[in-house]
Design a protein around this ligand. Sequence first.
Ligand SMILES: [Zn+2]
Ligand SMILES: [Zn+2]
Length: 112
Amino acid sequence: MDFCPKCGMLMYPEKEKGEIRLICRSCGHQERPIFSNKERFVVKREIEHSPKDKTLILEDDQQLKTMPTMKAICPKCGNTTAYYWQVQTRRADEASTTFLRCTICRHTWRIY
Ligand SMILES: [Zn+2]
Ligand SMILES: [Zn+2]
């Protein structure tokens, strides 16, 4: 699973001009995926079965429910609980970024 390094949303594999790219449907950020052979096979299957791709999007919220929560004040609505997850950037010298998402209004932001 890949998360957008800009906004923390899930990135989805899409085929563009014969090339597979990871595209963030939230901010439009694109990345050329670095896959092992096994992973490339999985992504290819997901693209070929577009109904499954749709299911993946719907499962986004479902996945969130299993995410851990922490005490954090939402800058938008003032709620004090947020889901959190970490995104490891591809460069090893960079620290991972923690993203938070408000459990009420779903506002997403990141901390360093
Ligand atoms: Zn994004
Ligand atoms: Zn909120």
